[in-house]
Design a protein. Structure first.
Lengths: 236, 233
């Protein structure tokens, strides 16, 4: 049992582990964290979520290019007039390990979770109903709105529209964005009305979730304790 | 005679299902072709393929005597064709009616004032002058349909592709729509499951089912019939 099966415990333990790792500044604990998470992911899934990581690593490359040259400290090497500091390189490595580890952890815990079940778990943890509804509504309607966007673009192309950098283009895109927002609001109102017509009174009745199994408690606690130990190592 | 639009052995699959199966058709100037078929038969896909919004895996698409394969070739052809989308809301994106109708003419290179004049004249011609300053998303379903059509006609197309033209249109607006389409001089393809409407305008008919297009004929039944009406009491 490497990760809790219960989504509530996954939410709480992942949040706690990530918060505990935030202040870590030493390369040892950070690398250890990344290694542990990698081992968890490989044990559970046998493969890494490359596509998800790609977006993140692009951002990290940016840090690799800037941080060593902007943090003052002992000079490690020079490129022309720029000096890379030991402290800067260290900071980037720590950051990369922590961020990659956390994203991998989140993807391991939540990538395959059904949005509806995640919503139920968030609700059970006491998140305000409005926020749960925003989350579930986003998941449900993002696809629809994206499809609407694609059809609007098709219709514009059919009327000989060619985007360029001119006033006509910017105004057309402005109008289109405005129209999408307006429709999204109108749709939200219709959905709300349809829900009310079916007896919705501001809360999903959804049955209470069963208490998590003992093994889930164990796995969740294990994760938090490991993160706590790493923090302890870092601070001593 | 040069064909306005041609499909030759067009095949297209989506999610492993054959949506168009060796579809062949030729449309000549002045032709008004009605394509009738049940939901999911591939009617919309057929129109989208003609417009280049969908590319076939096999087969040939030709518009105005030119083979079209690349986006650039289709883009040129689109300046001469109008596509009425199944859902009017997919087309209307400008705040006011006049702006939306002027969008096409602007894309064809008309100046601001000229495009507005073209739009105003088109609306006037269709008897929609009173809608010019109205907000597009507050129009009724039938008005939206007619404004969409005005947006296409403002570009003086030679070919109209109409996807379910009677969608959400009431009787009065339907009669006006019929009038406008009957007065259109170019070629058109009407795709619908509303057989009664399209066969009144069309000069030819074809049937599409399970992605296969077959020739059909339009004939008039000369028999006495009764049907229910709703009148003011």
């Amino acid at each position: 049992m490497i990760r809790p099966g219960d989504l509530r415990l996954r939410l709480v333990s992942a949040l706690a582990a990530i918060l505990l790792m935030t202040p870590v500044a030493g390369l040892g604990p950070a690398a250890c964290y990344l290694g542990l998470v990698l081992a968890l992911v490989l044990a559970a899934e046998r493969t890494l979520p490359w596509r998800r990581l790609l977006h993140l690593e692009a951002f990290l490359v940016l840090l690799f290019l800037t941080l060593p040259f902007t943090i003052p400290g002992e000079t490690l090497f020079r490129i022309g007039p720029l000096a890379a500091s030991r402290e800067g390189v260290l900071r980037v490595l720590v950051l990369a390990a922590k961020v990659s580890g956390s994203v991998l952890l989140l993807s391991l815990f939540f990538a395959r979770a059904e949005p509806a079940r995640l919503g139920a778990a968030l609700r059970a943890l006491g998140l305000p109903e409005a926020m749960v509804r925003i989350f579930l509504g986003l998941v449900r309607y993002l696809g629809l709105i994206r499809a609407e966007f694609a059809r609007l673009q098709d219709a514009m192309r059919m009327r000989a529209f060619r985007p360029g950098s001119n006033r006509h283009t910017w105004r057309s895109y402005g109008n289109m964005t405005g129209m999408l927002l307006l429709r999204a609001v109108a749709r939200a109102e219709r959905v709300d009305e349809a829900m009310r017509m079916r007896g919705y009174a501001g809360r999903f009745p959804g049955s209470a979730l069963p208490p998590p199994a003992a093994a889930d408690w164990l796995a969740g606690a294990g994760l938090v304790i490991l993160a706590g130990l790493l923090l302890l190592w870092d601070k001593t | 005679m040069m064909a306005i639009a041609e499909l030759d052995g067009v095949e297209l699959a989506r999610d492993g299902r054959r949506v168009l199966d060796r579809v062949t058709l030729a449309l000549e100037a002045g032709d008004r072709l009605a394509i009738v078929g049940p939901n999911g038969a591939g009617k919309t896909t057929l129109l989208r393929t003609l417009a280049g919004l969908e590319r076939p895996e096999r087969g040939r698409v030709a518009l105005f005597g030119q083979d079209c394969r690349s986006e650039a070739e289709f883009r040129k052809a689109r300046r001469r064709m109008g596509f009425l989308f199944q859902d009017s809301d997919d087309q209307l994106f400008c705040p006011t009616v006049i702006e939306d109708v002027a969008f096409g003419p602007l894309n064809l290179g008309q100046g601001e004032a000229e495009a507005r004049a073209t739009a105003a004249a088109t609306l006037e011609r269709l008897g929609l002058g009173h809608l010019a300053e109205r907000i597009t998303h507050k129009l009724s379903g039938g008005e939206k349909r007619l404004v969409c059509l005005a947006g296409l006609l403002a570009m003086s197309p030679d070919l109209l592709l109409l996807d379910e033209p009677t969608n959400g249109v009431d009787a009065a607006n339907g009669a006006r729509l019929m009038e406008v389409l009957a007065g259109f001089g170019g070629a058109m393809i009407l795709v619908s499951h509303d057989e009664a409407f399209v066969t009144r305008i069309a000069t030819r008919g074809m049937l599409l089912s399970d992605g296969q297009l077959e020739a059909a004929e339009i004939h008039v039944h000369a028999h006495v019939h009764t049907h229910p009406h709703l009148h003011r009491a």
